[in-house]
Design a protein around this ligand. Structure first.
Ligand code: SF4
Length: 199
């Protein structure tokens, strides 16, 4: 854990070519980020996820002794693992990363509104920096898991779930309160459009 007075946050602002920089004034966002509490380094990148961008993160972590990293770029769904790996390579716990989505949440939905989009991007970066201050290092652990599952209810959904789980190699317990499985389907005579028996 880092004491509040020892926080050293680095902010990396991505242009994503014109994807972000075509709508958001990324230089203004970077300048704003440098005024935020505990921010000791701000770097603008054309493409943060590309090799040169990743190298910049790793270099800055070492040079500025960063203990929190904020990347303002795209959705974490795409590159959170990439940037976590950068932190790891630089000797920092990978979970000391926060991302601000200034592409999908800003430039892609506010095209033609540069001033408003830039203001929103600044807000998102400020929020991410604020959140980064409370991040704690996480340790990944592996625990043994019993490959068994309990499915409650033997209707169509329950039966299909049980079959799918069994196909994945789990031992399945299927529990049904009635005398037989099949649920509502079992009470139907025929089903549309084939008019086959329901079970
Ligand atoms: S990190 Fe995301 S926003 Fe930046 S260049 Fe890569 S894909 Fe584009």
């Amino acid at each position: 854990m880092v004491k509040p007075q020892d926080l050293r946050i680095g902010v990396f602002v991505c242009d994503c070519g014109k994807n972000i920089a075509g709508t958001v004034d990324t230089a203004a966002v970077a300048k704003f980020a440098s005024t935020l509490p505990d921010v000791v380094a701000v770097v603008g990148n054309k493409y943060t996820c590309a090799d040169p961008g990743q190298m910049e993160i790793m270099k800055a972590v070492k040079e500025h002794k960063l203990n929190r990293v904020v990347v303002a770029s795209c959705t974490p769904k795409i590159h959170e693992p990439t940037f976590r790996n950068c932190l790891k390579e630089a000797g920092l716990n990978p979970y000391l990363l926060e991302m601000a989505n200034i592409r999908e949440h800003v430039s892609w939905v506010h095209s033609g509104q540069k001033e408003e989009a830039t203001a929103k991007a600044k807000d998102l970066v400020a929020s991410s920096v604020a959140r980064a201050r409370f991040l704690e290092p996480q340790i990944e652990t592996e625990v043994p898991v019993t490959k068994a599952a309990l499915v409650v209810g033997g209707g169509v959904a329950g039966i299909q779930s049980a079959l799918d789980l069994a196909d994945q190699g789990h031992y399945v317990y299927l529990v049904e309160k009635e005398a037989s499985i099949g649920g509502i389907m079992a009470a139907l005579d025929k089903t549309y459009p084939t008019m086959d028996c329901s079970i």
